[in-house]
Design a protein around this ligand. Sequence first.
Ligand SMILES: [Zn+2]
Ligand SMILES: [Zn+2]
Length: 294
Amino acid sequence: MDFFVKFWGTRGSIPTPGYRTQVYGGNTSCVEIRIGDILIICDGGSGLRELGLDLMTRGLEKIVGHMFFSHTHWDHIQGFPFFVPAYIVENTFYVYGSSAGDTRSFELLSGQMQSDYFPVNFSELSAHILPRYLQDNSADINGIEIHSMEMNHPGGAIAYSFESEGFKVVYACDNELDTILENKGVCLSNSEVARIIPKRFVDFARNADLLIGDGQYTDEEYTSKIGWGHSRATTLVDLAVQAGVKRLAVSHHDPLQSDESVSKKIKACRNRAIELQSDLIVFGAREGMELRIE
Ligand SMILES: [Zn+2]
Ligand SMILES: [Zn+2]
């Protein structure tokens, strides 16, 4: 089965349109995964609006989508009220909760459409929007295996892995790897960090063909952002190398980073991979970029 990943939003925290962010894009988190004719959507940041417009041009009689939200901070749900396919009666979207009865994502998607915030009420959306749940942190969609894991982020966030026919993609935004290491507010060196990355994180990403991870900060930026809930990009490289990941998409770029700064951050990541004598492929997730998983 064809397995594709497309980035529709790669910015963290807040949309950042403008000339400084044209290369990597200014829309917040949204990734499309297509496996055969199954459509999976990870997060609904402002990039979801763009995905919706694109879906409308694909000539589909009806759209069925499986939506997985890492968490419900604004930058991961704010595109939903502008997601055109949700307004069309033929379409169906399943919103997954992390465990039986977990309707948090579902409720907050509808909550952000209360009249104080948005002119159209959630109940006026014509598509079928239905809650579904993971059981024991896993789900199955027509043979596609899905697993989830709690990450380290204020208020919580969930990573997801998607596996089909021996291929694996992991989506892991937002996550602060460095504080999990209990460094108590001290920024550890890369080699110190490498020794103590928790095994459960490495295991979750084990042998992924693609890891899409939170690498919001450069090493310099991170020193003043400890505890904010996001990782140093170079720590993400260490995790990816230990897990034997093939390709690493560094995502959730800080809104203060221009295209030039993101490119520098990625260069530092590649240098870290070289230091580790790894052949990991590292790149900056960029809006509009499409990858075939093979
Ligand atoms: Zn975020
Ligand atoms: Zn967040």
